[in-house]
Every structure is written in structure tokens, then in C-alpha cells.
Ligand binder design. Structure first.
Ligand code: HEM
Length: 476
């Protein structure tokens, strides 16, 4: 027998295991069609019972798909980014919404957008945005919470945070705040796009029922087009280049710039707002962590008037603990809970699994976070301390984990370029919120889970009753 054929048959048969409880003929189709959070919980259970093995997820309607769980395999995927590409399965589903925007682009178009983005998200800009653009927007949010507190009204904190981030990213990237209709249209288009990944008959379905998607896409595209025209006509401020200026200088036409702009907005706004929402949720369930957080923040805060405190606005001065809280909340509630690549040619994963060209390689950050093989027996617990190590003088250091164990911001050459921005803004807003507000969950009993979207919004929002935090002395 030809050695290549022998390897393919034997290794595929031995190591290419089907995930358990796969049904005959339809395989995993029913599981893929169930609500996203059920699929994620199932994948987490699979990982905790079977460890970090690679599984085939069979479905007759999609290309061969495997789920990888081993950080060594994911490290290989991140390292070999040309072998594990975005692929036609991903791109065809994302194209209507993102066109040739960075998340969907490859080759020179990707490189140009990445350079523009990295340039734009320099640490000087991140500091400027979080110390100049954010504070007035936070003021407006405080006012909204104050009104709610006075009249004992409940608010959807997720909605407020999404609104805050829409305004923030709109201002820093485009000098324009998107309207409510535009934000709603984007959210709707995102949910439809997400459904394309699990509904094998999406083209057929959209032919009959896809009008809402078409309407939403029209609004999103119009917004992208308008901000680009506005930026192209604007007189430049010397020494100050907006994201759009950088994109216009590097990309071939205005349509691609509009796609790129919409993609950047989406990559930053939803992910960061959702991460903050899940962090407040985790804190509200863990009073001990909240109390440690307040104690850690207090020396780094200033009293602005009799009732309001602000965290110091320099990122470097944020105590380690809030960074650990944010990282831990994201670990358990990753903004991109499930991700994928497609093999460009036949290859073998580090665990021996042989993959044919055109195989979808998926991984679930949500499930990996719950794996005791990766995080230890308390993997399921919200424990920010796991990110900190203390020396003999009690000084703590934040100890990052590798991208392949903690793929929340992806890894390799397509690692998220907004990580520092997300951490700076996330920690800033969270510090300001917890220093000034107590949030009582309206529904304490029901476990919250992610809704249907390309990212992980909290389904049903985060309904809270805000109350001013009272600082009686120097301690919380
Ligand atoms: C908590 C917040 C965030 C999380 C969890 C997050 C996560 C991710 C992940 C998982 C990817 C990889 C997507 C893929 O290629 O499959 C990614 C890519 C990206 N992110 Fe973020 N992100 C966050 C915030 C931001 C922010 C604030 C920005 C910018 C303003 C941003 C800009 C980008 C861009 C441009 C890419 C594409 C990179 C490339 O393909 O080369 N992200 N992010």
C-alpha cells in the first residue's frame, strides 16, 4: 500500500474520533441547531468528561469538522496561520456584513488594515482615548444611573454599556456617534450572520425569510458609506490621524474602507461592552471578590465631590487586581466563545490527528475555560487570584497565560489588536462603576447565558437596580 494512503486510512481511523452521542446520518445537525448556549454547555461537558482530545463533529450538511481542545493543537493552529486560514466556509457567511473588512480579509488587504489598526491603537492613543474621550461619556452614564436610583427604576446595564461603547468607538474611530437605528441594524445583521454558521440551509431560508437581514444590511452599509465620505471630505488636523484617515491612505477604494470601518467598530464595541457586562454579573455573584476589588481600588481613586469617586486615569496605575478580575470574567465568558479556521491543505495536528484539506477546525474558548486539565479542579470558579502571584513582600504580579490556553483574544499573527484598548477601557469603566454604584440583580436566581450573536451578549440583558455606594470612611 502507498505509505501516504496507509497513513491517511490508519491514522484517520484511529485518531479521528467522533464526538459521543452523534446520531446516525444527521450526526450533530440537531445539536448545532439548538440555542448557542446549549451547544457551548454541551461542549464544556464533553471537554470535562473526555479531556483535551480532538473530536470529529459530523454533520452531512457542512464540511468535515473537528473540535480541538488541546492547547498544543491550538498553538499549532495559531502558529501556522496560512495553513489554518479563514477559508471559504467562514468568508462566504461573513461577507454580506463585513465585506473585505479585516476579520474577513487575507493577504495584502488584511495586512494594510492590520497596519492601520495597530498604528491607530498605539499606547499613546489608548491613553488619550481613555483619559479624554471616555470621561464625559461616563458622566452621562452616571447621570442616567442617578436618575434610575432616585426613582427606584431598574436599568439594563448591558444596554447602557453597549450604548457607552457605541459612542466611545464611534467618536474615537470615526468622529461620529452611530444612531440607535444603526446600532440595532448592526445587532440584527450580526444575529443573522451568526445563524448562518449553524443552519446548513441558510441560503434557502434567507431566500424566503431574509428580508429583515437585507433591511439591516442596507442600514449598516449606508452608515459605513456616510462615515467614509465625511472623513474623506474633512480637513485634516495636523499630527492627528483618525482610523478612517489611516484606512483611506492604505486601502484601494472607499467601499473597502467602509467595510473595514464597520468591522473595526464591531470588533471593538460589542466585545468590550459584553466583557464589562459579564464582569459586573460575576462580581454581583461574588461579594468577596467585589470587596477585595474595592479595597484594592480605593488607594488608586480620588474623591471628586462629596459623593463621587473616580479611578486614577492612567492605565499603569490600575491595581493588578482589577486586571485579574477582568481577565477572569472574560475567561469564563469569552466574547468570542466559539471560533474556527479551515485547513488550506492536508496536515497533521500535534496530537496525531490527520486533517484533510478543507476541514473546519473549531475550538470553544468557553469550553476550554471550564477544563480542569487546563485550569485545575476549580476551573469553573470565578477566582481572579489565579492570575496573580505574590512575592515574599506581598507584592502581586499579574501572570498572563499563553494564548493557546486562554484564546480569548486569539493568538499568533491574527491576535486581537484591540486587547490593550479593551483592557484599558474595560478596567477604567468597571473601576468607575463599582467605586460609585451597587447593583442589585433584578433576577438573582436565573443563571444568565449568552444569546444568539457572533459574539456573546447576555441574553435578556442585565437588569439591575442601581444604588449609590456609600463610602463612610476610607474603607469600603
Ligand atoms: C474584550 C474585548 C475583546 C475581545 C474578547 C476580542 C477578541 C478578539 C478575537 C477572539 C479575535 C480573533 C477573531 C478571528 O480572527 O477569528 C479578535 C480580532 C480582532 N480584534 Fe478584538 N477583541 C476585543 C476587543 C477589541 C477592540 C477594543 C478592538 C479595536 C478597537 C478589537 C479589534 C480587533 C481586530 C481589528 C481584530 C482582527 C485582527 C486580525 O484579523 O488581524 N478588538 N478580537
Amino acid at each position: 500500500m502507498c505509505p501516504l494512503l496507509y497513513e491517511s486510512v490508519v491514522l484517520d481511523a484511529v485518531l479521528y474520533m467522533k464526538a459521543p452521542k452523534s446520531l446516525p446520518i444527521i450526526g450533530y445537525t440537531a445539536r448545532l441547531l439548538q440555542p448557542r448556549y446549549k451547544l457551548l454547555d454541551y461542549l464544556a461537558r464533553l471537554q470535562s468528561s473526555r479531556g483535551v482530545k480532538t473530536f470529529e463533529i459530523p454533520s452531512p450538511f457542512v464540511p468535515p469538522t473537528v473540535l480541538i481542545n488541546d492547547p498544543a493543537c491550538l498553538e499549532y493552529v495559531f502558529r501556522e496561520h496560512e495553513l489554518f486560514a479563514k477559508g471559504s466556509f467562514f468568508r462566504s457567511r461573513m461577507h454580506d456584513l463585513f465585506g473585505d473588512g479585516i476579520l474577513n480579509a487575507s493577504g495584502p488587504l488584511w495586512q494594510s488594515q492590520r497596519k492601520a489598526g495597530v498604528n491607530f491603537l498605539s499606547s499613546a492613543n489608548v491613553t488619550r482615548f481613555s483619559s479624554e474621550t471616555l470621561p464625559p461619556l461616563m458622566e452621562a452614564m452616571h447621570e442616567r444611573l442617578t436618575t434610575a436610583a432616585i426613582i427606584h427604576e431598574m436599568v439594563d446595564l448591558q444596554e447602557l454599556l453597549l450604548d457607552l461603547m457605541s459612542k466611545f468607538f464611534g467618536l474615537v474611530a470615526y468622529d461620529t456617534v452611530p444612531g440607535a437605528d444603526q446600532v440595532r441594524a448592526f445587532d440584527e445583521a450580526s444575529a443573522w450572520t451568526d445563524a448562518r454558521f449553524t443552519n446548513p440551509l441558510w441560503q434557502f431560508y434567507e431566500l424566503f425569510f431574509g428580508q429583515p437581514l437585507q433591511r439591516a444590511l442596507e442600514i449598516v452599509k449606508k452608515f459605513g458609506h456616510e462615515v467614509v465620505i465625511k472623513a474623506a471630505e474633512k480637513t485634516r488636523t495636523p499630527g492627528h490621524q483618525s482610523l478612517l484617515d489611516l484606512l483611506l491612505a492604505r486601502l484601494p477604494d472607499k467601499e473597502t474602507v467602509a467595510d473595514a470601518a464597520t468591522t473595526f467598530m464591531s470588533a471593538g464595541r460589542d466585545t468590550t461592552a459584553q466583557a464589562m457586562t459579564w464582569t459586573v454579573y460575576e462580581l454581583s455573584k461574588s461579594p468577596k471578590v467585589l470587596s477585595t476589588l474595592l479595597t484594592s481600588l480605593e488607594p488608586h481613586s480620588i474623591t471628586r465631590d462629596s459623593s463621587t469617586r473616580s479611578p486614577l486615569r492612567t492605565i499603569g496605575l490600575h491595581p493588578r487586581y482589577i486586571k485579574a478580575v477582568f481577565a477572569e470574567a472574560l475567561r469564563l465568558n469569552p466574547s468570542v466563545p466559539l471560533n474556527m479556521r479551515e485547513t488550506a491543505r492536508r496536515c497533521r495536528l500535534p496530537d496525531g490527528t490527520v486533517l484533510q484539506a478543507g476541514t473546519i477546525v473549531a475550538w470553544a474558548s468557553y469550553a476550554m475555560a471550564r477544563s480542569s486539565a487546563i485550569w485545575g479542579e476549580d476551573a469553573q470558579d470565578f477566582r481572579p487570584e489565579r492570575w496573580l502571584s505574590s512575592d515574599e513582600n506581598g507584592n502581586s504580579t499579574f501572570v498572563p497565560r499563553s494564548a493557546s490556553e486562554y484564546p480569548v483574544f486569539h493568538g499568533g499573527s491574527r491576535v486581537c489588536i484591540g486587547k490593550s484598548m479593551a483592557e484599558a477601557v474595560g478596567c477604567q469603566v468597571l473601576a468607575e462603576l463599582v467605586l460609585n454604584w451597587e447593583f442589585e440583580l433584578v433576577d438573582k436566581e436565573t443563571r444568565k447565558h449568552a444569546g444568539e450573536s457572533l459574539t456573546a451578549p447576555m441574553d435578556g440583558g442585565l437588569l439591575v437596580r442601581p444604588r449609590r455606594r456609600v463610602w463612610t470612611d476610607t474603607k469600603a
